[in-house]
Structure formats: C-alpha cells, structure tokens
Design a protein around this ligand. Structure first.
Ligand code: COA
Length: 339
C-alpha cells in the first residue's frame, strides 16, 4: 500500500512586493537581494488575509485538480497559523465543504511539506483515511520585522496543496520512501522567541507586558543556517535516493525547498545534479516555507516542464532544525498556473 498523488493546486495572495519596493523603505538594493538570494519579488498578505484563507484557495484548486470531493482528513502544515489555538485545518475543512473530517495542523517550518507528506501517507497506511487533503500554507511575512533588512527580503506568502489517495507502491504518483531528521540543539538559528509558553510563563506567570518588540519577530542567523541547509539537504536527499534504489542519474527533477537559490544550487552541485534538472522559482515567490515545494511543483507542472513519468526528488530543510526528502514518479495531473 502507498499514498498516491492525485491532485495539486496552489495560491498566491495578489499583492506583489518587488525588491525595488523593499529598497524604498529598507537599507538594501535589488542587486544585493537578487545576487545573494535569487529573489526578485514575493507575494504578501494584506488587509487581514490569513494563512487559513490561502489554504482554502489552494485546497480548492487541489480538489479540482483531483476531480475529487470526498476527503477523509485535512492536514495543514504551517508555521504562521491564524492564531495560537485552535488549529486552522478544521476551519479549512469546513470552509471547503468537506464536513466533519479528521483535521489538524503540523509545524515543521520549511520542511513542513515533506513532513506533512509522510504524515498523510501514515494516515493512509494506518487506514485512518483513504484520501487526504494536505496543504502547506504560510503568511510568514506577518512574523518578520519589516525593518530588518536581513530577514524581510527573504520570505513570501502563499499556499500549495495536494490530494493523496490509497494506492500501490508501483503506481505513478506513489510517495516514498522518506528520509526525515532533526537537530534540536540548533533551534536558536531560526526562532520567534515570544508568543509561546516559555515567554508567557516567564517572570512569575502569564503576562504580556515588557516583552521587547523584536521578540515577536523572527530571529535568524543566516550564515550557519546556510551551511546546515546545504549539508542536511544533501545528506537527506542522498539517503532518500539510496532507500529508493535510485541514483542521481535517475532523477529528472530535483525539487528542493526554495530558501536561497545559492543553497539550491550548492545542494545540486554536491549531489552532482545538473543545473537544467534543478527546479527554481524563488525569483518569483521568495521563501514560502511549507508552501515552497508544492508551489514549485505547481509551477513546473503548469508550465509543462514536469511530465507524467518524470522521476522527482523532493528535499527540504528548515527551522528546528528539521529536514526531509522523498521521491515519486510524476502522475498524469491537470494543474492550473498560480500566476
Ligand atoms: N541588503 C544589503 N546588505 C545586507 C542585507 C540586505 N538586505 N542583509 C545583510 N546585508 C549585509 C550584512 O549587514 C553584511 O554586511 P557587513 O559585511 O558589512 O557586515 C553583508 O551584507 C553580508 O551579510 P551576510 O549575512 O554574511 O550575507 P550572506 O551572504 O550570508 O547572505 C542570507 C545572507 C540570509 C541571504 C544567507 O545567509 C542565507 O540565505 N542564509 C540561509 C537563510 C535561510 O535559509 N533561512 C530560512 C531557513 S529555511
């Protein structure tokens, strides 16, 4: 038994922020951002639009792509939920008209999509579900200090969704094997200190006073994170390939999490993956965390670059630290462009 991909959709909020737009208010330039990160623009939420709204749009597209409206479970991977409690997935399920199905969120930052695929495959393997709608959705720009030039150019908002069904491991679209890992000793490399129980229980109990403003925003140590990303993604991708009995030559598309084009290129180089088989869309969307891989798959499929039968390697790395990789043969899907 395997979890098989049967639908794919994505959504980007309408507001586009270019590097030039950013450099009007930040001490930065289009030249610095595009050469250091590969990013030229990103989409961002405004006017109260939230992660759940993006998830509903992407979920509807994935259901349409699958031609399927009976779903047993909805999982949303997000590190920028609408609120601390409750999870956004039950509301997304209800808004999509899916009824009182199993629904929950999972948090694994930029590796959320690969962790979520493994979780959805587990729901199918345990017979808790025959079909799962799994959505990676983020409005992470709301957690980034707009005055911080080291973090604010990097992130973008958006959502990508897949429908998975029970099937056979030999079928096109069957997911796996997976490689997943983490290193909690480096949690400080990318963190938002305030808003959780550690901050709330400090100084004698729940309190909201005297929390420095910057603690509500993302803190990132770019350099060490960059090194970890290259090392961990390379090793994880290699492990997933070995588990699948594939070599790099078997891979038609390397679809790596889009945190920085230099990270993607460095991992590809370590794996000996040619540039023309290494997928990139960070120039258009920035780093969209759990939405990054499905939005990239959506772009490749909608452009006709990703064809049925293509062998795909997915690999991601993010805060936690956490990382994961998996493989699949691309099925025949109908996918609409998000642009
Ligand atoms: N515009 C102009 N200058 C900037 C800048 C910006 N937006 N951001 C930083 N700088 C400056 C720094 O102040 C520094 O100046 P200095 O040399 O005078 O001190 C210089 O540029 C180099 O900064 P550094 O942070 O060393 O640059 P970098 O080449 O490491 O690139 C990142 C920074 C963040 C793009 C890069 O480290 C990165 O991508 N890291 C991984 C991030 C990541 O993956 N995050 C998500 C986790 S999945």
């Amino acid at each position: 038994m395997a979890a098989v991909l049967m639908g794919l959709g994505g959504y980007l909020p309408p507001k586009v922020v270019s590097n030039e737009d950013l450099s009007a208010t930040l001490d930065t330039t289009d030249e610095w951002i595009s050469t250091r990160t590969g990013i030229r623009q990103r989409h961002t939420v405004i006017d109260g639009l939230a992660t759940g709204d993006l998830a509903v749009e992407a979920g509807a597209k994935a259901l349409k792509s699958a031609g399927h409206s009976v779903i047993d479970a909805v999982v949303v991977a997000t590190t920028s939920p609408d609120r601390l409690c409750p999870a956004v997935a039950p509301e997304v399920a209800e808004r999509l008209g899916l009824g009182t199905v199993a629904a929950f969120d999972l948090t694994s930052a930029c590796s959320g999509f690969v962790y979520g695929l493994a979780t959805a495959a587990g729901l199918i393997a345990s017979e808790a579900a025959d079909t799962v709608l799994f959505i990676g959705a983020e409005a992470f720009t709301t957690l980034v200090n707009p005055a911080d030039r080291t973090t604010s150019p990097i992130f973008g908002d958006g959502a990508g969704a897949v429908v998975l069904r029970r099937g056979e491991p030999e079928e096109p679209g069957a997911l796996g094997p997976f490689d997943l890992g983490s290193d909690g000793s480096r949690a400080d490399l990318l963190a938002i200190p305030a808003g959780g129980s550690r901050q709330r229980s400090a100084n004698g109990g729940p309190g909201h006073d005297a929390v420095p403003t910057e603690d509500w925003y993302l803190r990132m140590m770019g350099r060490p994170l960059y090194q970890q990303a290259v090392e961990r993604m390379t090793r994880s991708a290699d492990t997933a390939l070995k588990k699948a009995g594939w070599t790099v030559d078997d891979v038609d598309w390397f679809v790596g999490h889009q945190a920085n084009v230099r990270i993607v290129r460095a991992v590809a180089e370590e794996l000996a993956m040619p540039e023309e088989r290494t997928a990139v869309n960070i120039d258009r969307v920035g780093n969209t965390l759990a939405a990054s891989i499905p939005l990239l798959l959506n772009d490749l499929a909608a452009d006709g670059a990703l064809r049925p039968g293509a062998r795909v390697l997915l690999s991601a790395f993010g805060a936690g630290l956490s990382w994961g990789s998996t493989v699949l043969e691309w099925p025949d899907l109908s996918v609409e462009s998000v642009h």
